[in-house]
Design a protein around this ligand. Structure first.
Ligand SMILES: NC(=O)c1ccc[n+]([C@@H]2O[C@H](COP(=O)([O-])OP(=O)(O)OC[C@H]3O[C@@H](n4cnc5c(N)ncnc54)[C@H](O)[C@@H]3O)[C@@H](O)[C@H]2O)c1
Length: 393
């Protein structure tokens, strides 16, 4: 995939949830795809799932039967990795394990042509580290799709320190052609979304632990401010094992910055096997008729607003700091949270609506109450609030 060269053939390594979804997106955009997996069963399941999706799309009138057939036939499934040899762009979506990914990258490099770009869909591993194991690190990049990939528009493009500077732009154009919303993120833990979203869970858990409100009250407060789901509902949906391990990994990667501290309450749910919807119980009980946890009392509107503004202010602070530290532009941070996790508004637009001064005073109020570095205001947010400026010039 060199400058001005067409991307004719896409290779995908790993036909699990993500690899299959990415193959569908590429094929729907008219690309020929080679989908490779070591497991024949994974490939068979992937084909069967795509067929079901296509039947649904035909029923909804979104594709014709001819298009559905074309989408399915453009994807060639194989257990032979040598079939990737003519691919211009290879997207790796195997298990989240650095050792496995290192081996996969080494093997891909042995097979593909020298101009091919090799991307990883990793959610948490360092792209720079992955690139460093390659003979040609300059063609390695992160291409992070969200689950379910065909439905979530966001793609985070993450150049490694070593990546050739033309590749992010080429992938931005390609992802736009595929109908996606690409953003560029610096190679740092959690990239944009998994970093900026931490307070949505962390601050909610903190308020629960302090007895400020119970889970259903906090969820209701967040729904009232426009989120489709409250933090506890969402953690139950994601699974506490997954959500806890992402938080733990971000916390460790940031050298134990208290802002990202995981919650013991969530750890207890993991230990109990109360993983959320998938196990029938998490913060909510999905086995019984009454699925809501018992709310002690309806919160008054003022308390509701205080809860939602505390979480939103902490999210805004995280978003502002991501801009301050050059992780991404203000525009890209807003796009990421809108298109990757369906936030009702871009956080930095939200900051401007709430008033930057107000957000700063909420965070300073928390700092004064707790005396913890967790509640430190981003210098950029403070500076813009003082100047009467805003994030979107
Ligand atoms: N699931 C999510 O919500 C999500 C979201 C964004 C990114 N990701 C990332 O995407 C990647 C894949 O995740 P997933 O949920 O699709 O995993 P998955 O377990 O559903 O699928 C992984 C697939 O990789 C195959 N595989 C394993 N080793 C292989 C090898 N050496 N060569 C070829 N195929 C191999 C497995 O057979 C399996 O089919 C991970 O890096 C994950 O962090 C996942």
């Amino acid at each position: 995939m060199q400058t001005n060269k067409a991307v004719n053939l896409i290779g995908i390594v790993g036909a699990g949830a993500m690899g299959s979804g990415i193959a569908q997106i590429a094929s729907q955009a008219g690309q020929d795809v080679v989908l490779f997996d070591l497991s024949k069963e994974a490939l068979t399941t992937s084909a069967a799932k795509l067929q079901k999706v296509m039947i649904r799309l035909i029923e909804k009138g979104k594709v014709t039967s001819d298009e559905a057939i074309a989408i399915q036939t453009r994807i060639v499934r194989t257990t032979k990795d040598t079939s990737l040899k003519d691919c211009d762009l290879i997207i790796e979506a195997v298990v989240e394990d650095l050792e496995v990914k290192k081996r996969v990258f080494k093997r891909i490099e042995e097979i593909v042509k020298k101009e091919a770009v090799i991307a990883s869909n990793t959610s948490s591993l360092s792209i720079t580290s992955l690139a460093s194991f390659c003979a040609h690190p300059e063609r390695v990049i992160g291409l992070h799709f969200f689950n379910p990939a065909p439905l979530m528009p966001l793609v985070e493009i993450i150049p490694a320190l070593q990546t050739n500077r033309v590749i992010p732009q080429q992938l931005t154009e390609l992802m736009s052609k595929w109908g996606k919303s690409p953003v560029i993120a610096k190679d740092t833990p959690g990239f944009i979304v998994n970093r900026v979203a931490r307070p949505f869970y962390g601050e909610a858990l903190r308020m629960l632990d302090e007895g400020i409100a119970d889970a259903s009250n906090i969820d209701e407060a967040m729904r009232a401010s426009g989120f489709r789901m409250g933090p506890f509902q969402l953690m139950d949906l994601i699974g506490h094992d997954v959500n806890y391990s992402v938080t733990e990994s971000v916390f460790k990667s940031f050298y134990y910055d208290p802002r990202y501290m995981p919650s013991i309450t969530q750890l207890k749910l993991v230990e109990a096997g109360w993983l959320g919807r998938k196990s029938g119980r998490g913060f909510y009980n999905y086995n019984e008729e009454n699925k809501e946890p018992n709310a002690s009392a309806q919160l008054n509107p003022k308390a509701q607003v205080e809860i939602s503004e505390r979480i939103i202010s902490m999210l805004i602070n995280e978003a502002a700091d991501a801009v301050y530290l050059g992780i991404a532009s203000a525009e890209d941070v807003d796009i990421a949270m809108l298109k990757g996790v369906n936030y009702p508004k871009g956080l930095l637009v939200w900051a401007e609506e709430l008033g930057l001064q107000k957000v700063v005073s909420i965070i300073d109020g928390l700092r004064d109450t707790y005396g913890e570095t967790r509640y430190r205001c981003s210098p950029l947010l403070r500076e813009l609030a003082a100047k009467g400026g805003n994030f979107h010039k």
